[in-house]
Structure formats: C-alpha cells, structure tokens
Design a protein around this ligand. Structure first.
Ligand code: ZN
Length: 160
C-alpha cells in the first residue's frame, strides 16, 4: 500500500543537519507512527513521502521554511540575571519556560554575559535544513476514529 493522505505510516528515520551531525533517530527504538495529511509531522517530510510504499528507503531534505521555520532574531534577547531567582549556576544549554504575551514559551540559554543572560526562544531546529534518511516499515489505512481524532491509535499512537 502506498502512502497518501489519511494513511497510517510506520517508519524509521535518522535526522542529520547540513554538517552531517545526527540530531535525532528512531533506529534501535520503536518506529515513528503517524497519520499522513494531519500535521502529525512537519509538512515538508509528509509531502515527500506521498506515494512511497513499505520497504522503500529514501532521503528527504527539508528546507527551514518547510520545517521549523527561519530563525527570528527578535526571539533572541538579553535578560537580567536576577530574572533567574533560585537558579545558582546559569549555564549555556539550559532550558527554561518563559512567560510571554503569547503564553509559555521554551527558551534556551545561549550565552552568559556580565550584564545579562542571552536567551533564544527559537525552536532548536529553526533555521536548519533537515536531512531525513527514512525507511518505510508499514503503511495501512486509518480507521474512521483515527481520522476523526487526527492521530494514530494503538501501537506507537494514542492509547485511549
Ligand atoms: Zn484519539
């Protein structure tokens, strides 16, 4: 069976950036299971998988605009260290939840300077070209209930 909108896909993937650094992988774990056409995975990858069948291997390169977006400079800002009460040792790479007008937003510490802490509110994969090495494990028809919910039920999906 071929992948189309409203099919359930199981696949293994390894994600690397343009420098060849591995960012994520399902290999050695359970495959990723998703409902195609339901925004379960990034659009650029879902589109590239249309028409593929189980057993197929392919490499998909997804540009930032079809992945996690470009980096927005306005989401990178310096805040006073006294905003981090209760944190003794602020280090690069730490993640916090920040209160913003749009709600809670995860931010990553990208620099600690004498006059403040540099925070980046961009998605960690923003601005990156994402290279997926994919192996399709299984393709099946989605159930009515899965289509109604917009996600997969059962193994690898929602258990309810
Ligand atoms: Zn459900």
């Amino acid at each position: 069976m071929q992948i189309s909108e409203n099919t359930v896909v199981s696949m293994h993937y390894t994600l690397t950036d343009d420098q060849g650094q591995q960012l994520d992988s399902s290999v050695g774990q359970e495959p990723l299971v998703f409902l195609s056409g339901a925004q379960n995975i990034i659009d650029g990858l879902d589109k590239a998988l249309q028409g593929k069948a189980s057993g197929e291997k392919l490499t998909v390169s997804v540009a930032p605009e079809d992945g996690y977006g470009e980096i927005h400079q306005e989401l990178i800002q310096k805040v006073p260290a006294e905003n981090f009460q209760g944190v003794d040792d602020i280090q690069v790479g730490m993640q916090f939840m920040a209160q913003t007008p749009g709600g809670q937003q995860p931010v990553t510490v990208i620099g600690v300077e004498e006059d403040g802490v540099m925070l980046d509110g961009n998605h960690p994969l923003a601005g990156k070209t994402l290279n997926f090495a994919v192996e399709i494990v299984e393709v099946r028809e989605a159930s009515e209930e899965e289509l109604e919910h917009g996600h997969v039920h059962g193994e690898g999906g929602h258990q309810h």
